[in-house]
Design a protein around this ligand. Structure first.
Ligand code: FAD
Length: 388
């Protein structure tokens, strides 16, 4: 058994690190101070993404993406996660379910999105449908030549810069008939209701949208009636792995910053790293990252080898849970090691600590990951998690 990364993987890792440090890091403070990045900065990063060959890593070359395996995406995402303010979101991953689009839908939406000419957002969550999306009340009703959509969506990430939204709705208001629709943002009846402020200073916004008698053509349904949840579930695997990888990257950067600070900061006539209290925190941080990273690499590799959707979904839940909780513990200690400086927004550790809080909430809260894991243990036995 050989756990070493291949030369190609090491090269990708080094390139992703250089991209993050050279292209993303210079804009972190702009994002922090302005609660987002300017259009000029966004255009600059978009061009850099294309120049570096990192656009749409998750879609096939045929569709205009990079055709990265899950393992390759993990190597890239780990490095991206070191950037604060979610500037990594300027590197676009067109929503996974679009690979099931028709050739015409690919030509109109997926291919230009992979090429950086269009941008999608994905809207499932509603006021009363969060962890339980079956409570969605956004509905689609058949009308002559198409569909009429009515409803409201919350937390639509990058809804400010996207030009179309993949809207999860129930046909005839029936939760057994879930479906996903391409909805262009400039259609009559699509409105931004409000754009709340959040804990993090994210490169882009998460507005709430209302859809009032929005008419879309018959050809705007992605997949078939009843496919909505299936497509969303597949997407969760990719999204949860992405979060896990970014959490590992964020934890590494926070630990690196804390380690450097501890080696220089003098108090009581000695470097603070020589206080056992500080050394032990660094030791715990390093071990936690090591465990998470081992799990991340192993699972990313495994997911590339298997077509067992249940296993992928079950394992991705465990990985997302562990890595997102790990980064919270690690960043909290990093803030502690920097003392008062750790509480300054100008410090990467403070921003990483704040930014990564959402990783225990979005794409399924920690409680929901535990519900999935516990359910799998009940149905299939502990082996799903321990038998390997
Ligand atoms: C910054 C941000 C960006 C987001 N971006 C998007 C996006 O682009 N598109 C999108 O569709 N959504 C998005 N979301 C929504 C996100 O996925 C939801 O917030 C998340 O799924 C939780 O739903 P909720 O907020 O309604 O919480 P609720 O479901 O109301 O949960 C509240 C609490 O109850 C707990 N809980 C709920 N059910 C159970 C259970 N069965 N067992 C134990 N505990 C339970 C939860 O864990 C949580 O602690 C985003 C959210 C945020 C904060």
């Amino acid at each position: 058994m050989d756990f070493n990364l291949s030369k190609a993987h090491l090269d990708l890792q080094a390139k992703a690190k250089a991209f993050t440090e050279e292209v993303l890091f210079p804009h972190e403070l702009e994002c922090e101070q302005n609660d987002g990045i300017s259009t000029t900065t966004h255009q600059h990063i978009t061009q850099a993404v294309l120049d570096w060959g990192f656009n749409a890593p998750n879609h096939s070359k045929e569709d205009g993406g990079q055709g990265f395996s899950i393992f390759e995406q993990t190597l890239l995402n780990e490095q991206l996660g070191m950037a604060t303010g979610a500037i990594w979101d300027a590197l676009w991953y067109p929503s996974y379910p679009m690979r099931f689009a028709s050739p015409e839908q690919k030509a109109e939406y997926l291919i230009p999105t992979c090429q950086g000419k269009r941008r999608d957002a994905y809207a499932i969550t509603e006021a009363d449908a969060g962890s339980d999306p079956s409570q969605c009340v956004t509905r689609a009703d058949k009308v002559a030549g198409g569909w009429r959509i009515n409803g409201e969506k919350w937390f639509v990430t990058i809804g400010d810069i996207a030009d179309y939204i993949l809207v999860h709705a129930h046909v005839d208001g029936d939760r057994e008939k879930s479906a996903v629709f391409f909805v262009d943002k400039n259609l009559p009846g699509v409105e931004v209701k409000r754009t709340p402020l959040y804990t993090h200073h994210f490169a882009f916004k998460h507005p709430e949208f209302t859809f009032t008698d929005v008419i879309v053509g018959e050809d705007k349904m992605l997949g078939a009636v009843g496919d909505g949840y299936k497509m969303t579930k597949d997407w969760f695997v990719e999204a949860r792995l992405g979060i896990a990888a970014r959490c590992v990257g964020a934890a590494i950067r926070a630990t690196d910053e804390a380690n450097r600070f501890a080696a220089e900061r003098m108090q009581f006539g000695q470097k603070i790293r020589d206080f056992q209290a500080i050394e032990f925190m660094l030791a715990d941080m390093a071990v936690e990252i090591m465990a998470a990273k081992t799990m991340l690499y192993r699972l990313s590799w495994e997911i590339d080898q298997t077509s067992d959707r249940i296993r992928k979904h079950a394992r991705a839940a465990a990985l997302k849970l562990y890595c997102s909780e790990m980064v919270g513990r690690v960043c909290d200690r990093a803030v502690q090691i920097l003392g008062g400086r750790g509480y300054m927004r100008e410090q990467p550790v403070e921003r990483l600590w704040r930014d990564t809080r959402v990783d225990r909430i979005w794409e399924g809260t920690s409680e929901i990951q535990r519900v999935i894991i516990a359910g799998q243990i009940k149905k299939r036995g502990l082996d799903m998690y321990t038998g390997w």
